[in-house]
Design a protein around this ligand. Structure first.
Ligand code: PAP
Length: 338
């Protein structure tokens, strides 16, 4: 049965009207909400308690309006620079281990960010994800409070990292991406902004707590991981991931060393030395030219405690003090691993 032209036109104009309204709402927001200095954009805006750039705020509205989650979807959520690239590789290769051989794996030819989409870069018209097989994997840096309610009922893996390492990793990354016509971002300025909660998707502590508290209420739905824990015991984490995603390893797989092979495939040493991650470019979203990032920018050192090279004693104590105050009643301890 074909759709009548008049019905199609009516649907299109309704969609246009909806999107025009979204754009108007966005413009109004940007004019009215608080703004501060950005790290790679001129300004970040405080949207419902979190600092985002204006494009990402608009994408958040798009996701709320147009993204249709399925109950079987699995999300990887993280604050920027917490190890998303690594976890994407681990989740993808664990879930899809029946699809690829280790000698000719997808990850040997594609950057980890190609494995599954980052929701935050979805613009209008939203990508058609309906053809992806279940369970579909998505990544996001949005704090839990900015996710559409239907997503919060899906399974979520949250990855947290020690904040001083996050700060240093983010500062390096943003300096690389910061346009040349902006003055350089000094570490001192980045530090002050970070402590005040002002960095993309910040405040860091509220971001982490938004998922931590939910994970306490609903541990079957939110697997809360720490970068430092993945570093120390990657095999244990890969097994946890497999079970959480509904695909536990069989005794035969364990016997054959599949867990260890996944860990080795996704290791910093292996991934960062692949041609695709040395010279390839990751294209985020549909505006490829604007959102191309060299894959090598996602692999810097991959270590814990690198902050010790950059932060003075006073700076480190100040961040630790904030972390202590913000997390003190939560039961979350962020850095017991080194
Ligand atoms: P994103 O938010 O832009 O996606 P994300 O992947 O979360 O970045 O974080 C990048 C950090 O993870 C980098 O940390 P560093 O700056 O302290 O070095 C990067 O080196 C690290 N990383 C990337 N891949 C791996 C890996 N396979 N193992 C360990 N760390 C990794």
């Amino acid at each position: 049965m074909s759709t009548s032209p008049s019905l199609t036109t009516t649907q299109e104009s309704k969609e246009d009207a909806d999107y025009n309204k979204l754009c108007e709402d966005h413009n109004h927001l940007i004019e009215t909400i608080p703004k501060r200095n950005g790290w790679k954009e001129q300004h970040l805006y405080n949207y419902n308690g979190f600092w985002l750039n204006p494009h990402i705020i608009k994408n958040n509205l798009v996701v709320h309006t147009y993204f249709k989650s399925q109950s079987t979807d699995i999300f990887l959520a993280s604050f920027m620079k917490s190890g998303t690239t690594w976890l994407k590789a681990l989740m993808f290769s664990t879930l899809n281990r029946h699809l690829y051989s280790f000698s000719d794996h997808f990850l040997l030819h594609h950057g980890p960010h190609s494995t599954f989409p980052l929701l935050d870069f979805e613009t209008h018209p939203i990508t058609d994800f309906t053809q992806l097989p279940a369970p579909r994997l998505f990544a996001t840096h949005f704090p839990r409070t900015l996710l559409p309610p239907l997503i919060t009922s899906c399974k979520i893996v949250y990855l947290c990292r020690e904040p001083k390492d996050v700060l240093i990793s983010k500062w390096h990354f943003m300096c690389k991406l910061r346009p040349k016509d902006m003055p350089p971002l000094s570490l001192e300025e980045a530090f002050e902004l970070f402590c005040a909660g002002i960095s993309d998707y910040g405040p860091f502590w509220e971001h982490v707590l938004s998922y931590w508290r939910a994970s306490l209420e609903n541990p079957e739905k939110i697997l809360f991981l720490k970068y430092e824990e993945v570093k120390k015991q990657p095999e244990v984490v890969v097994r946890k991931l497999a079970a959480f995603m509904g695909k536990p390893f069989t005794a035969e797989e364990v016997e054959k060393g599949v867990v260890e092979k996944i860990v080795e495939l996704c290791s910093f040493g292996n991934l960062s030395n692949l041609e695709v991650n040395k010279n390839g470019v990751e294209k985020f979203g549909k505006v490829a030219a604007e959102l191309g990032v060299d894959n090598r920018q996602f692999f810097r050192k991959g270590e814990t405690g690198d902050w010790k090279i950059y932060l003075s004693e006073e700076m480190s104590q100040r961040i630790d003090g904030i972390t202590h105050d913000k997390l003190k009643d939560s039961g979350l301890i962020i850095d017991p691993w080194y």
